[in-house]
Design a protein. Structure first.
Length: 519
């Protein structure tokens, strides 16, 4: 079953939290591109178009109690699920509206942030027009909009896969799940029998294996919608330009650095142009981009100099991703490999492993006096892009000396998520008010955390083992399920010990765990 404009509604989408959607990530990407983002210290408004099952919306609402979060979705079953999370999580700053974008309530007001993930490439041209109208009418001046889409040329050789799946599914009987299952089997059949398309396109043949690992709900929403389209960057930029919105930058952060995305032999293409729109297109061709997360703004306010960036932007703090990173640090972000090293990074890493600091405080650090502010800022930004540092919405306290014996989970939202998502078979995201975004852990670690918060450290491994048995959940070692009870116990005991020594100090530092008040 689909909407009048061809979008599937008889099958729920999959749950998922996307960190790029946090106001902090969007604001930082804007500031890096010399655009002043909306302030988030006090109240701000955030609209998610096509919020699905609402994991991003609700996690961000719980992590940013000073903001108001509104989600819109056409699927009533999605909105029912979001409403349940909002009510169980006690989120009085979040609201889910069951509505087609076309009939969005006119008096909904304006928003400092609008996001749409997994929507723009999958809806009809009329719905896209409506999205552009919403952006024009409901994004506050200086506000930021995040849009994700399937991009060209990365999708070029895979487009027929979508065509085959959709056409075959249309010929089949049954509900959406049955039809996507049949279509997938057909795809595997013609691939295995070496249909000429697959012989001529070995990458497409290999791609079929990755589809077999995916959830059918994801595959149905990705491939069976009537109007699926992959766009060149310039096409999307032109659409937003038509509603007077300008391209600001992109996520993940490293995509804002062309030299981290394309090989050095292409540098002349980039060094000889100052036009960002041209640069983005070069980058997509040189990197064969298949998916983009782009940020647009209405009436962007440009940062003229370093002082502006320090003075006009609140709530962006930097810290080392981990305390044990050693230089030189090697990374590969897909196409190019880079190495981070040198005295400036040594000092930044040592400093940001101890403290979470805003740019102004990093610049005034005594050991950095000999460096020009612009160089320090560039090193911090490049460090974020290369996975050395991360950005938080506030000052995360330093690692504690001692962890209290009795701990609890203060946020009702996190209590609800842990109760429901532990051992769900997918990553679990909890809200963290200190960072303003989600904190993700494996569903197995979520089960350990749940037991720890319910009844403390005593017999922790026994209780986790009981949960695993109750949920008929197998655990693996070296890629194989463990069948021997003794080995199973040993693995769970080791996992609990590791969780207590490594994850708990982090969770306590982030305020996801707090000291339990004595009763
Ligand atoms: C692929 S899902 C993405 C969900 C969510 N943003 C996420 O990342 O998990 C696309 C969502 O857009 C919603 N949608 C599609 N067309 C719509 C329309 N015309 N009006 C409102 N919602 C729509 C669908 O119901 C679906 O939940």
């Amino acid at each position: 079953m689909t909407t009048a404009t061809g979008y599937i509604t008889d099958l729920d989408y999959i749950p998922g939290f996307y960190p790029h959607m946090s106001p902090t990530a969007i604001r930082y990407a804007a500031s890096l591109n010399r655009v002043i983002p909306p302030a988030t210290t006090d109240n701000f408004r955030y609209l998610e178009l096509g919020c699905g099952l609402g994991n991003s919306l609700t996690t961000l609402a719980a992590a940013n109690p000073q903001g108001e979060f509104v989600g819109i979705d056409i699927n009533p079953s999605h909105i029912e699920t979001v409403d349940k999370i909002i009510s169980a999580g006690g989120l009085n700053n979040a609201k889910a509206i069951h509505s087609d974008f076309v009939s969005l309530p006119k008096d909904i007001g304006t928003f400092e942030f609008i996001s749409l993930h997994g929507v723009f490439s999958w809806v009809s041209p009329e719905v896209r027009e409506q999205i552009l109208r919403i952006a024009k009418n409901h994004l506050a001046p200086g506000g930021l909009l995040l849009v994700s889409y399937n991009a060209m040329p990365g999708w070029a050789h895979l487009q027929p896969i979508r065509g085959i799946l959709r056409q075959y599914a249309q010929l089949r009987q049954g509900d959406t799940t049955q039809r996507i299952r049949d279509a997938l089997n057909y795809l595997v059949f013609i691939r295995d029998k070496k249909a000429k398309y697959f012989e001529d396109n070995p990458q497409a043949a290999a791609y079929v294996d990755s589809l077999l690992k995916q959830d059918l709900r994801y595959l149905a929403h990705e491939y069976l919608n009537e109007h699926w389209t992959s766009f060149y960057f310039s096409e999307v930029a032109a659409m937003f330009h038509s509603v007077e919105m300008a391209f600001v930058g992109s996520l993940p952060i490293h995509t804002n650095f062309w030299d981290l995305c394309v090989r050095p032999e292409f540098q002349d293409l980039f060094r000889t142009t100052n036009n960002r729109l041209v640069t983005e297109s070069h980058k997509d061709f040189c990197a064969n981009t298949a998916f983009r997360w782009d940020i647009y703004s209405k009436q962007p306010q440009v940062i003229e100099n370093v002082e502006d960036r320090l003075r006009l932007i609140d709530n962006l703090y930097f810290r080392a991703v981990r305390n044990d990173i050693k230089l030189p640090h090697k990374i590969n972000l897909g196409v190019v490999s880079s190495t981070v090293q040198g005295p400036l990074y040594e000092i930044l890493l040592a400093t940001l492993s101890q403290d979470t600091l805003p740019l102004a405080e990093i610049l005034s650090h005594a050991q950095l006096n000999d460096n020009v502010p612009a160089d320090i800022i560039r090193a911090v930004d490049a460090g974020v892009a290369m996975g050395l540092f991360e950005v938080a919405a506030g000052p995360v306290p330093p690692s504690p000396e001692n962890i209290p014996e009795h701990l609890f989970i203060p946020l009702p939202f996190n209590q609800f998520i842990l109760r429901n998502e532990q051992l769900s078979g997918r990553p679990v995201s909890l809200a963290c008010a200190a960072t303003g975004t989600g904190y993700s852990l494996s569903d197995f670690d979520a089960a350990i955390l749940y037991e720890l918060s319910e009844a403390g450290k005593n017999n922790l491994a026994d209780r986790v083992l009981a949960q695993l048995s109750k949920n008929e959940r197998s655990i693996q070692k070296d890629g194989k399920p463990i069948t021997d009870d003794k080995i199973r116990r040993e693995v769970v005991e080791q996992a609990c010990a590791r969780f207590l020594s490594q994850a708990v100090p982090q969770l306590y530092r982030l305020g996801i765990l707090e000291s339990k008040p004595s009763s």
